[in-house]
Design a protein around this ligand. Structure first.
Ligand SMILES: Cc1cc2nc3c(=O)[nH]c(=O)nc-3n(C[C@H](O)[C@H](O)[C@H](O)COP(=O)(O)OP(=O)(O)OC[C@H]3O[C@@H](n4cnc5c(N)ncnc54)[C@H](O)[C@@H]3O)c2cc1C
Length: 488
């Protein structure tokens, strides 16, 4: 039996960062990964493949030029499933190579096989060929991530009735697609396929989508989806799904309506990948969705020498935040102080159009009774937006009336997930409306929307500067809000 200073189970963003951080502390590290290659859901079935698919679709379909040349414009007339997959494998190979190199450079040992606790300090790893190895450690980071939730009543067949993993293995493109679940993943795929002119229907039991986003942003998003023919069926559930022929699936809804489509994507949730992990042997328990509870500051589980990070601990379930959690968990495992991440982190949704958000929504400011003012800039108001042929999309900022401080930024449209970082910097540095009004922005850029939105708010803001006590109180309220948001 071999001993390591730290054993990390899972090689996604959380496991990767935990392993490299521990290696940088000069510790011996073993990463156990049951997938064929390192990288996790992030590299193989989640973030990277879905974003590569999106980029390929936008390029091949000529989506970005349609504002000028009309809805019928295409860069490639007939797009096949193979066209979409070609770019995927190139990107994935590159990402895996980068990661393997990072592990070898840092002397991180990896083993391919499924890890299972035998006791709180021992892990058994079973390889694909059924060979078993056992390893011991005084410290563990669990970073096993999630798998798609597959309810019994959905007859998944990997060809017509798919989950979010299957969709990357498509053999042909459907003419119509029904997406069950208006989740982030569901909406990303729904809008990507709609950009290929696939007829898309989304079914979700709630009365809207993305309840955590600013309402105005969601309203604009929904308007755009409906405008381009995506059907949204809210407040109902799929009662039964059946295959009626090679190109026909029937979804019977609880409200009695029926939806016919060539393919069905089930994207209503994920669950922790805890099957076979032997959590009980380590003294750990998971909740009903397979999530493991941790202390949100240190990522320590109820078993003090076992830490957990990434999607397995639940919200916010992002690659970006998982990496930070992995780093902090590894530092905690060796009693090294880890610098906590800044108060606010951005949330990006790579639908078509993109959405991105940071800080307070208008609804949250109202609930907290913070007097505020909003400024909005539509991308078509910017010279860059005109050059790019953008007809839609906007940037909205929320400022505290008393302190002029930036409270939140919400963007829908081209480049939203990149543009958000300007707002992130100003928000985390405690900046105010005046930053945007007083500074010069490159011209012509979409970033100029920040200045236009700030001027829009400025027109309605009081002219006087805040006194320091008003500032302190508002600052504390904002920190409290950020701490609450992080805890989910
Ligand atoms: C379709 C999709 C799109 C996404 N898009 C984005 C996005 O645009 N931006 C973003 O920030 N996030 C996105 N995410 C979320 C992001 O992928 C996850 O937050 C991130 O991958 C979580 O990282 P992780 O380290 O927790 O685990 P994962 O990346 O899930 O990796 C866990 C690894 O653990 C391994 N494992 C599991 N059990 C065992 C075991 N018993 N033994 C050994 N190994 C095991 C698995 O094989 C896997 O490789 C997306 C997710 C999906 C599904």
């Amino acid at each position: 039996m071999q001993d390591y200073d730290l054993i990390v189970i899972g090689s996604g963003p959380a496991g990767r960062r935990a392993a490299v951080q521990a290696a940088k502390l000069k510790k011996s590290v073993l990463v156990v990964e049951k997938g064929r290659r390192v990288g996790g859901v992030c590299v193989h079935t989640g973030t990277i493949p879905s974003k590569t698919l999106r980029e390929t679709v936008l390029n091949l379909s000529g989506w970005r030029e349609r504002g000028f040349y009309g809805r019928a414009h295409r860069n490639k007339d007939s797009i096949s499933a193979d066209d979409l997959k070609r770019r995927l494998s190139i990107t994935l190979d590159h990402e895996v190579e980068v990661l393997e190199h990072q592990f070898s450079r840092n002397n991180v040992t990896t083993i391919s096989g499924a890890g299972r606790f035998l006791d709180p300090h021992t892990v058994e790893v079973t390889t694909d060929l059924g060979v078993r190895h056992t390893f011991r450690s005084e410290r563990f980071v669990l970073a096993v991530g999630t798998v798609p939730y597959r309810p019994e009543h959905i007859p998944f067949d990997g060809e017509s009735i798919l989950d979010a993993d299957d969709i990357l293995e498509l053999k042909r493109l459907p003419r119509s697609l029904a997406v069950i679940g208006g989740s982030v993943i569901g909406m990303e795929y729904a809008t990507i396929f709609s950009a290929l002119d696939v007829k898309v229907t989304v079914i979700d039991p709630s009365d809207t989508i993305f309840p955590f986003l600013d309402r105005e942003l969601v309203d604009e998003f929904i308007h755009e989806l409906r405008d381009r023919g995506i059907t949204l069926r809210f407040q109902t559930k799929a009662k039964r799904v059946s295959k009626k022929g090679p190109d026909a699936c029937l979804i019977e809804l609880e409200d009695g309506r029926q939806i016919w489509s060539e393919m069905v994507l089930f994207a209503a949730g994920r669950k922790g990948a805890i099957d076979g992990l032997g959590l009980e042997n380590a003294g750990l328990v998971a909740d009903e969705r397979g999530r493991i509870a941790v202390d949100k500051a240190t990522f320590r589980t109820s078993v003090p020498h076992i830490f957990a990070a990434g999607d397995i601990i639940g919200f916010p379930s992002l690659a970006s935040t998982s990496m930070e959690q992995g780093r902090i968990a590894a530092c905690g495992a060796f009693d090294v102080d880890a610098q906590a991440p800044p108060e606010f982190f951005p949330y990006g949704i790579y639908s078509v159009p993109e959405l991105s958000t940071i800080g307070m929504t208008e609804e949250q400011a109202r609930t907290r009774r913070i007097p505020y003012e909003c400024g909005i800039a539509r991308f078509r108001e910017t010279a860059r937006g005109q050059i790019m042929g953008l007809n839609a999309g906007f940037l909205k900022m929320i400022f505290a009336l008393e302190t002029r401080r930036l409270l939140g930024v919400h963007i829908v449209g081209e480049g939203a997930t990149e543009l958000i970082h300007i707002g992130q910097a100003v928000l985390n540095l405690g900046g105010t409306l005046d930053y945007f009004v007083e500074n010069t922005f490159n011209y012509p850029t979409l970033a100029e929307a920040y200045k236009i939105a700030a001027l829009d708010a400025w027109n309605r803001m009081p002219r006087k500067q805040p006194t320091s006590d008003v500032w302190e109180t508002a600052h504390e309220a904002l920190l409290k809000f950020a701490a609450g948001a992080k805890a989910g």
